[in-house]
Design a protein around this ligand. Sequence first.
Ligand code: CU
Length: 167
Amino acid sequence: MRGRAKGAAVAAGALTGALLLTGCGSSGSGSGSGADAGAGSGSGRAALSVASAYMPQPVSDMAAGFLTIANAGGAKDELTSVTSDIAGSVTVHQTQGGAMREVAALPVPAHGRVVFRSGGNHLMFEQLKRRPKQGENVTVTLHFARSGTLEVRMPVKAATYNPATGH
Ligand code: CU
């Protein structure tokens, strides 16, 4: 994912966005991909926000985290790292074909969004310093290539929580 030529990155970004939307089922219209053409004008900047964050209550010294990153701006950005005071290490994982793999950076397309959800993209917290309980909030800091850092309050839900059903 690193080291792509600038020109190729636009097409690659659009492709990645399509893959992410496919992987996440019915999320979004996918209309954002055409907006990449505007990135070359240099007029846009990323405008990021986070919604729907949650962590299923961990049952070991590892935990998963889910959220949606939306980009209302005209420029793409990239999630480059994640940190949290409760974990020694936080990594970004993608799930493709049932297998998960760590990714060094995750593109956030202009006028698009990236959805983390069970069975798809997720944050992986390792070396937990404590095990947060349902009802607590965990503070997570997202580091972006262009937008700097974004602090997220991630509520801890039941270990079996499913946002589709609310349980
Ligand atoms: Cu994983």
